[in-house]
Design a protein around this ligand. Structure first.
Ligand SMILES: N[C@@H](CCC(=O)N[C@@H](CS)C(=O)NCC(=O)O)C(=O)O
Length: 238
């Protein structure tokens, strides 16, 4: 069986495999599951549109056949490995993909202090004449989606107050030892790591500091990072 992860440009210069939190989640899930894979990069998510009608990444090719949407991919990984799952784990996966993702997108695209860094990192390879208008248009589209998702509608102060409260709640829930739902690494760990890990880069220093101010959460994130930094953490089921 061959596995190929279709994604955007590698971001390892910034300390993560991908700026996409959904791709990061799948990188870490495949590694935690001990499933070897190769990578296929495109400059934009829509580069892989022939494989995914939504034009989004990640897409996982299993023997050339596409599985789309990171949750569906994660379900496939759970079915083909010893990666831990539970009802609670999937609830946190949903929280990560919806609520936490909104804050990550707002941090990178809406926060005025961070936007110049996001623009530089995301559009670095774009020819300079295109950079005059493409990033601004993309940003307007993302801001309108954040408005529709009720993330940014009440303004920055309300957004970051909600973010702080959610971090406080996660800090209380973060496990003192082991992983999110017990001793084994599982779906909650990789999904939460995709979003919270994505907030710990130099693109969003204020939000990275907010995560770092929560010691239990940070220690757990570091444990997930260590356990999934290299392939083969959990043996794959036969
Ligand atoms: N529900 C999807 C969301 C994936 C997603 O939003 N991917 C982003 C990259 S982080 C993307 O492809 N954005 C381009 C777009 O939405 O057009 C999943 O879990 O895979």
């Amino acid at each position: 069986m061959t596995l190929e992860l279709c994604e955007i440009t590698d971001a390892s210069a910034h300390g993560l495999e991908s700026f996409s939190p959904f791709c990061l989640k799948i990188h870490r899930a495949l590694r935690a599951a001990g499933l070897p894979y190769t990578r296929r990069h495109g400059p934009m998510p829509s580069t892989h549109k022939a494989l995914n009608a939504t034009g989004q990444v990640p897409v996982l090719l299993v023997d050339g056949k596409p599985i789309t949407d990171s949750t569906e991919i994660l379900r496939w990984i759970v079915a083909h490995s010893a990666l831990h799952e539970s009802a609670e784990g999937w609830l946190y996966e949903e929280l990560a993909d919806t609520a936490l993702n909104g804050f990550l997108v707002a941090a990178r695209w809406a926060d005025e202090a961070n936007w110049p860094r996001t623009e530089a990192a995301y559009f670095a390879a774009m020819p300079s004449f295109l950079r005059l208008f493409i990033p601004g248009r993309a940003r307007a589209r993302v801001l309108s989606s954040l408005h529709a998702r009720d993330i940014w509608r009440a303004g920055p102060e309300a957004c970051w107050a909600r973010f702080d409260r959610l971090l406080d709640q996660l800090e209380v829930r973060a496990p003192e030892a082991g992983f999110w739902c017990g001793p084994q690494i599982g779906v909650a760990d990789v999904a939460l790591f995709g979003q919270l890990g994505g907030l710990r880069t130099a693109l969003t220093p204020g939000q990275a500091a907010a995560v770092a101010a929560r010691p239990r959460l940070t220690a757990w994130l570091d444990r997930v990072d260590t356990a999934t930094a290299a392939p083969g953490a959990v043996a794959a089921a036969a």
